[in-house]
Design a protein around this ligand. Structure first.
Ligand code: ADP
Ligand code: MG
Length: 721
């Protein structure tokens, strides 16, 4: 892109009208959940009896009563049409990692007359042609049949597009054989597994039957770039990341973007996003500038896991669509720009029993037996299955992030903080007797109120950190669905809960005291179990700096796995012991797991080949011609200078000629190598050659005249105004 074109682009952006800020909205008219088939809406549109039966499924986990489907469908259609919808779709999460929808109109022609209809069958089951979705070998194209099945636990909602609207019904997607072809089905199965295991464990503690709620708060990071720049970068369009680009002089060194004042254009974008999300009943709460320039974060309040996963898919979609309307493009790739931070999706996870968050330590965690048991179960689960947890976040995009400077390392370890580390250390040698308490913070300014100090400091470098009343898994990539990591987390913690419950049951000490009390024998049995967990799994605990290279040596000494890339990480999905665990938990069959393995591998390889081809194309048709032009011009000037009597300048020209010429040769030979690597579909070789090619191109970017450089530069793209 020439300098002029770039200027024109920025100018036209500057001339985009900044919408007038909305007046402050009163609480009652923020339109929260207006486009959701909520409980209140159900009460309005359904008979009392049907509403009660539907809620029994949603809240009580009762099997869905098919006889109410007709009435629910009728009510949903009326409500949706009242809100302007003309179509409905089963909305599902295929293994592509995005969402899928196929719209059907409510319209039918009966006896030559148009009528609106939406039956119970339309609501409960759909039969999309499944042959073009990835199945990883579960289904061949001639067995195209797939089914979508209504998930009543995630409420139906309306999506608006321009002046139209569509009723979306969250569904699970499976093959003719009943095997899951999506991300929701195994997620729901893993939630069921953890729910059953939690109830079993709580029974050991003498607790009555309560509802188990698994909670998730996903913090979504993203970049915004101007649409004009985006369209002038084939790499961003094709791959979501820049394959070339020299670092700008200033990027994130001054740490001035993080939490900085949000610029008006961005704030307008964010306000529009928030408004749309609220309308969809998504509790968007926090927004701020992130570390890298042009990087931002949106965090909703936590919700029940299945709903939260669905909502995060919508968050990503809304971010993209609203960006588009504002002359921006939202980049959800894990590493759009080299040399600065990438984007993650911090996965805040916990389990509640009734109203009690099992990961709430309370004031005296050393006395909180249920909390300590839950904590130890997570420690056991994460250490035992670090390979699977790592595999759950493996992708071509995330490979650039994990282990790089800002992101957590690929080694999975747990940060507990001082207070819990101390309690766990006491537990290892006997009964924990006290919890460290922190006092008040002294800031040294008399007018400021005394602040209570948290018992635990934060640690940003740990991939799996205890953060007050939940675990924050920081390795998931920004573009990924939340389902993958949470399927694994639920399953491995369910296994640990079941094992601990089994030991307690075997000890013969369960249920020997009056309700709410425990015998000394129960306490001793529990203490012994927890002590053994700490002894066997303390190697996974690490409170230090996860970015420090010494930690990698230490982790290797402790025998912690370190899968540095996706190919390495995915091997965990086909280990016999892991297959057995998933089968036992009823989360994946061996075939389903093999299909996930195959799809993830294929996705990785395909993405790398696309990147290779894109880099090749850009090097040959954009970068080479620009460098050649510069070379030609320099050569002509040099020849001209030779004719003149004045010799000054020839050294500089000669210098440039050597650099440009060497650069051209290097690009040529790396292009040949890259073509060969692509021909062999050797992903590691493609990546290595692309990296080498990029290094040459990025050097040339620094000497070729700015107006001849064919691509928008980092310094232009990263500073939005
Ligand atoms: P951070 O300081 O880590 O950036 P944020 O406030 O951005 O924190 O995000 C924290 C997330 O954790 C929010 O989505 C919040 O609702 C969520 N969260 C809080 N409590 C729980 C819980 N018990 N279970 C799951 N998520 C939780
Ligand atoms: Mg945050």
């Amino acid at each position: 892109m020439s300098n002029c074109a770039r200027l024109a682009a920025t100018k036209s952006v500057a001339s985009l009208k900044t919408p007038a800020p909305h007046p402050a909205a009163a609480v009652e008219d923020i339109g929260y959940a207006d486009d959701v088939f909520t409980r209140e809406t159900m009460k309005k549109y359904l008979s009392k009896e049907t509403c009660k039966r539907l809620l029994a499924t949603i809240d009580g986990g009762q099997p869905l009563d098919p006889s109410i489907a007709g009435e629910v469908a009728h009510a949903m259609r009326h409500w949706a049409m009242d809100r302007g919808a003309t179509h409905y779709t089963h909305w599902f999460l295929p293994l592509t990692g995005s969402t899928a929808e196929k719209h059907d109109a409510f319209l039918e022609i009966k006896d030559g007359q148009p009528v609106q209809s939406f039956s119970g069958k339309n609501l409960i089951v759909g039969e999309p042609d499944a042959s073009s979705f990835p199945s990883g070998g579960i289904r061949s194209t001639f067995e195209a049949r797939g089914y979508t099945a209504w998930d009543p636990t995630s409420p139906a909602f309306i999506r608006r597009h321009g002046n139209g609207a569509t009723l979306c019904i969250p569904t699970a997607f499976c093959a003719y054989t009943g095997e899951a072809l999506d991300k929701k089905t195994p997620l729901l199965r893993s939630m069921q597994a953890l729910s059953v295991a939690t109830k079993r464990l709580m029974k050991c503690f003498g607790k009555g039957d309560e509802r188990v709620t698994i909670t998730l708060g996903p913090e979504q990071e993203y970049f915004l770039v101007d649409k004009h720049f985006y369209l002038a970068r084939p790499d961003l369009v094709m791959t979501g990341r820049t394959l070339f680009g020299a670092p700008s002089a200033k990027h994130q060194q001054l740490e001035d973007h993080y939490f900085g004042t949000i610029k008006a254009r961005i704030l307008n974008f964010m306000s529009e996003v928030t408004k749309e999300l609220w309308q969809l009943g998504i509790p968007a709460k926090t927004r701020h500038n992130e570390v890298a320039p042009a990087q931002f974060e949106l965090a909703p309040m936590f919700e029940e896991l299945n709903l939260s996963c669905d909502h995060n898919m919508l968050v990503m979609e809304v971010l993209r669509q609203v960006a588009d309307r504002n002359g921006l493009v939202c980049l959800l790739h894990e590493k759009p720009f080299a040399g600065i931070n990438g984007s993650g999706k911090h996965n805040n996870w916990s389990v509640a029993y009734g109203d009690t968050n099992l990961l709430n330590p309370g004031n005296d965690p050393h006395q909180n037996a249920i909390f300590l048991t839950t904590l130890c179960a997570v420690i056991e689960a994460v250490d035992k299955h670090a390979d699977l947890i790592r595999a759950s976040v493996a992708s071509a995009g995330n490979d650039h992030r994990l282990g790089a400077n800002e992101a957590p390392p690929a080694v999975i370890s747990i940060y507990l903080g001082d207070q819990l580390a101390d309690v766990i250390a006491q537990l290892e040698i006997g009964e924990p007797k006290h919890s460290k308490h922190s006092g008040t913070l002294k800031i040294g300014v008399d007018t400021l109120p005394p602040l209570p100090q948290d018992a635990t400091d934060r640690n940003r470098t740990s991939p799996f950190a205890f953060t007050g009343n939940k675990f924050e898994f920081r390795a998931p990539g920004s573009s990924a669905s939340c389902a993958g990591p949470n399927i694994v987390l639920n399953t491995v913690v369910a296994e640990a809960f079941n094992r601990i419950a089994g030991e307690l049951e075997k000890s013969g000490t369960v249920g020997k005291a009056e309700p709410g009390k425990h015998t000394q024998a129960f306490h001793s049995a529990l203490q012994k179990i927890l002590q053994e967990i700490v002894k066997s799994h303390k190697r996974v605990l690490f409170n230090g700096d996860g970015y420090n290279s010494e930690w990698l040596d230490e982790a290797a000494k402790r025998g912690l796995p370190n899968a540095v890339n996706t190919l390495d990480a995915l091997k965990a999905l086909v280990k016999p012991e892991n297959i057995r665990m998933f089968e036992k938990a009823g989360v994946f069959s061996a075939r389903e797991l093999a299909s996930r393995h195959e799809i993830a591998l294929e996705d990785y390889r395909t993405k790398v080949v696309i990147e290779g081809n894109c880099a090749l194309d850009m090097a040959k048709t954009l970068i080479m011609p620009a460098v050649k032009a510069e070379y030609r011009e320099t050569l002509a000037a040099y020849a001209e200078a030779g004719k003149s009597e004045i010799v000054s300048g020839t050294v500089a020209l000669q210098d440039d000629l050597v650099k440009l010429g060497a650069g051209l040769d290097a690009i040529r030979s790396y292009c040949i190598e890259l073509e060969e690597a692509i021909g062999k579909a050797d992903s590691q070789e493609i990546i290595a050659t692309m990296t080498a090619l990029r290094a040459v191109v990025d050097q040339l970017e620094k000497i070729v005249a700015d107006d001849k450089w064919p691509l928008p530069k980092y310094r232009e793209m990263l500073f939005l105004y």
